[in-house]
Every structure is written in structure tokens, then in C-alpha cells.
Design a protein around this ligand. Structure first.
Ligand SMILES: C=CC1=C(C)c2cc3[nH]c(cc4nc(cc5[nH]c(cc1n2)c(C)c5CCC(=O)O)C(CCC(=O)O)=C4C)c(C)c3C=C
Ligand SMILES: [Fe+2]
Ligand SMILES: [Fe+2]
Length: 339
């Protein structure tokens, strides 16, 4: 009898197919028309995205993507392929690993078709977001279900919806951080996460309503889907792994879009006050991302650095993301084997 094969679907957010303005516009349209990302009624979202955001933002964003683009393309995508291949290698032929992107290519549908062609009897879906947010993990799960529900044979599906406290996820980031901390003296460590609108936090409050304040300093059963609480929890675990002390670090949120309030404190505002407090040498982590992308390399690594230097800072370095770290691949292997 032939062996049963388990399918593993890795899904990241997605990136434009090229840094050209039309491709960036196409990417922004698909991304921002997702009702889990801009959660307003369809008609208003359509007008906002197609009439304002995509046309005005695309040329500006395309310039940023040109700076990010490498020989192999967008790092978010090529590290996705590298990690897929490394994971396939370590899992062996009882598993079939595929990579999909929530927006643009390779699509989730193409990746699922690869798994279907391998006749997998079960699928483990791993959205590549350590913290659960409706806009990312939730959207991936919804899309996978929408596609698979149309199949004649629906395999059993396990969704991994967060891995903030997986010891190997923490160790992989801590390892990258230690390599920097051993080389240079820093007087502050900033953990900057991608933000979400405050409204998203309230909508995801299941057992207890988040007050968007110190309640997020605790992570427990009732607030386990609070994105803000998960970010603070990730910081605490990294602080422990790195042996940092109170006063030597902070958690902040970046990349806000639009006028609505997003989760705070905002990184761009927070960093400007640091030099005045004697914190002039900063090491920044971006632990909401598992691969370097526009939001890490350019926003944290370049834009924030410029703002920090203008405010009187002296050193601003970014810890590289997990990218193709072997410990990160071990984390994924463990998530698969224990799913
Ligand atoms: C880490 C998880 C992410 C969450 C949560 C998230 C929420 C979110 N994002 C936007 C708007 C934009 N995000 C953009 C880029 C981008 N976002 C993430 C991840 C999360 N987003 C990644 C990995 C990337 C980078 C992709 C890459 O190609 O490198 C962008 C596009 C970039 C730009 O034009 O500046 C936008 C826009 C919203 C509204 C949102 C809400 C919940
Ligand atoms: Fe984003
Ligand atoms: Fe909270």
C-alpha cells in the first residue's frame, strides 16, 4: 500500500510581481480590497481603494519596492521558496510542502492544487505570521477554506493560527539579536510590530474586552487572540531570552494607514523621544515578520533610522528577520509534527 502523504501549506502575505507601478497597484488593490484588511462596507472600500489609495500610493510604494528588489526579486517571496525547500528536505517524502501567497503569486489556489496533485490525505496550514490577526492569519484561513470547500474530496485541515511562544521561534529571533548585541554596544532595544487599527482589536475580543492598555501585559486564555497582547507577549519572551532588564526595551507599532486610531505606542513617535532620554544607540527588532520585506528593511531599517538620527540618535541597527534561519525551519518542522 502506498504511504499516506500529509500536505503542508505555508502562506505569507504576498508582494507585487515586480516593482513596476502597474504591478504594485495590482497588489495594493487585491490586498486592500480584502474586507479583513480594510473592514468597511464593500462600496466604501471600493471607492477608497480604487479611487484614492491604489492610484496615489502605487507610484510612491513602487519607488520603495525598487530599492527593496534584489536579483532574486522580493525577499518575502524568495525566502518563502528557500524555507519551503528546506522544510521539505527536513520533513522527507511523507510530506508535501507548498508555498502560497495571500495576494498575488504564487496564489494559495496554485499551492493547494500542488497538494491536491500529490494526493495528500490531510493539510496543515501555516500562515507565516507569529501573532494572530484577522487581517493576516484570519484572511489566509478564510481563503483556504473558500477554495477547499469547492473540492470534491475535502481533506482534513489543521490551521496553525499563531506561534508566538514557540521556543524555536523565540530562539531563532534571539540568535539573530545576540549576534548583533555581541558585536556592538546598544543602550536600548525597540521591538516594533506591524500595527492594526484599534477597531480590529475590539472586534477580536472574545472573552474579555481589551482596554488597549496594561491589560495587554498579560497573555492568557481569554485574550489569546488579542493581537496587541500577543505582541507584548512576544517581547517578554524575547527579553527573557536576551536577558534584557526593565527600562532597556519597549514594544511599539508601525505602518499605520489612514486616519483611524491604530494600536499604540506608535514607533515613529516613540523613537523621537529616545535620544532626549539618553537612549542614543538603538537595536530594533521586527518580530511580526518572519522574512525581511518592505516593512522591515525600508521602514524600520531606513526610514526610522533617518528619523532617529534627526532626533539626535547615534546608532540605529535592525536585527535581520528569520529569513532562511535553520532554527526557524526547525520551528516549522515542529509545528508540523505536533499539529
Ligand atoms: C505582520 C503582519 C501584518 C499585519 C497585521 C498587517 C496589517 C495591515 N497592513 C496594512 C497595509 C499595508 N501593509 C503593507 C505591507 C505589508 N504588510 C505586511 C504584514 C502585515 N500587515 C507585510 C509582510 C508587508 C510587506 C510586503 C512586501 O512586499 O514586502 C502595505 C504595502 C506597502 C506599502 O505600500 O507601503 C500596506 C498598504 C493594513 C491596512 C493592515 C490592517 C490591518
Ligand atoms: Fe501590512
Ligand atoms: Fe489588552
Amino acid at each position: 500500500m502506498s504511504k499516506k502523504i500529509t500536505g503542508v501549506l505555508l502562506v505569507n502575505l504576498g508582494t507585487p510581481d515586480s516593482p513596476s507601478v502597474p504591478d504594485v497597484r495590482k497588489y495594493l488593490r487585491e490586498f486592500l480590497m480584502d474586507g479583513r484588511v480594510i473592514d468597511i462596507p464593500y462600496f466604501s472600500r471600493f471607492m477608497l481603494v480604487n479611487g484614492i489609495i491604489a492610484p496615489f500610493r502605487a507610484p510612491k510604494s513602487a519607488k520603495e519596492y525598487v530599492k527593496l528588489w534584489e536579483q532574486r526579486g522580493s525577499p518575502l517571496k524568495y525566502y518563502g521558496y528557500d524555507v519551503r525547500d528546506m522544510l521539505q528536505q527536513s520533513l522527507g517524502n511523507e510530506y508535501k510542502v507548498a508555498l502560497g501567497m495571500r495576494y498575488q503569486s504564487p496564489s494559495i489556489k496554485e499551492a493547494l492544487n500542488e497538494l491536491k496533485a500529490a494526493n495528500v490525505e490531510r493539510i496543515i496550514v501555516i500562515p507565516l505570521f507569529p501573532q494572530y490577526a484577522s487581517a493576516t492569519t484570519g484572511s489566509v484561513s478564510e481563503k483556504v477554506n473558500e477554495i477547499v470547500n469547492k473540492w470534491q474530496v475535502i481533506p482534513s485541515i489543521t490551521h496553525i493560527n499563531q506561534f508566538v511562544d514557540h521556543p524555536k521561534f523565540i530562539e531563532a529571533f534571539a540568535q539573530n539579536g545576540r549576534a548583533m548585541l555581541d558585536k556592538k554596544d546598544y543602550d536600548f532595544v525597540l521591538f516594533s510590530y506591524h500595527g492594526v487599527p484599534e477597531r480590529h482589536i475590539h472586534k477580536a475580543s472574545v472573552g474579555s474586552q481589551c482596554q488597549l492598555s496594561s491589560c495587554c501585559n498579560k497573555f492568557h486564555e481569554r485574550n489569546r487572540y488579542c493581537y496587541r497582547a500577543q505582541c507584548f507577549y512576544t517581547t517578554r519572551l524575547l527579553v527573557e531570552a536576551l536577558g534584557l532588564k526593565e527600562g532597556e526595551y519597549a514594544t511599539t507599532f508601525q505602518s499605520r494607514l489612514g486616519k483611524d486610531p491604530w494600536v499604540q505606542p506608535y514607533t515613529d513617535e516613540y523613537l523621537k523621544d529616545l535620544p532626549g532620554q539618553g537612549k542614543k544607540r538603538v537595536l530594533a527588532f521586527s518580530p511580526a515578520f518572519v522574512a525581511d520585506c518592505l516593512e522591515t528593511t525600508l521602514e524600520v531599517g531606513e526610514e526610522f533610522k533617518e528619523e532617529f538620527m534627526e532626533a539626535g540618535g547615534e546608532v540605529w541597527d535592525l536585527v535581520p528577520s528569520l529569513n532562511d534561519s535553520p532554527v526557524w525551519v526547525e520551528c516549522l518542522e515542529d509545528l508540523v509534527k505536533t499539529a
